[in-house]
Ligand binder design. Sequence first.
Ligand code: FES
Length: 207
Amino acid sequence: MYTKKVMKHFTHPKNVGEIKNADAKVMEGSLACGDIISLYLKINPKTHVIKDIKFKSYGCAANIATTSIMTEMVKGKTIDKMKKLEFKDITKALGGLPPMKIHCSVLAIDALKSAIRNYEEKHGLAKPEDLNESILRSRLRHVMDPKHGKDIVTLGVVQDVKFKKGVVTLLLEISKDDESYSHIMHEIEERIAYIPGVKKIEKNFID
Ligand code: FES
């Protein structure tokens, strides 16, 4: 079912692990299967070259292989160039993937794009967009609850999103005793606090 190259990257994946003090760090989940990967980037602040990249995958063989080869493809390249990388580029580099495993390569690319976007927003490099509630909601779709392998919009944690004069007001349904509570609160900040145009996030909770 898999090419030799896929098997090579699956059995001997490159750049596995974490980067301490990473310049960008994301946890991304697949809407198709619920698997999750964490991606860490170290970026040269002057040249914007990706100096280092590491990952951890809680996905399948195809996801480990596609993320592994993707890390090799992006290391040493600029974030501008790598924003244009597509899942087709990495599946091609692996000699192809079975059609039902294409979404595993999409997960690798989604994580890369989220990490780059997060870096650009934190460093004032992102172009301001016409921010609205649906954009904010789509960003929150990237916040995963690792316990369920689903995002917080799908899980119903996000009950409402409002945006007015730079203030994001969220209505959330989650208990402070939930084991994912701190992780989710941190990820919400990471995903939306740095978007150009966001001045403040107010979180309200359903009792
Ligand atoms: Fe989930 Fe491959 S089946 S990442």
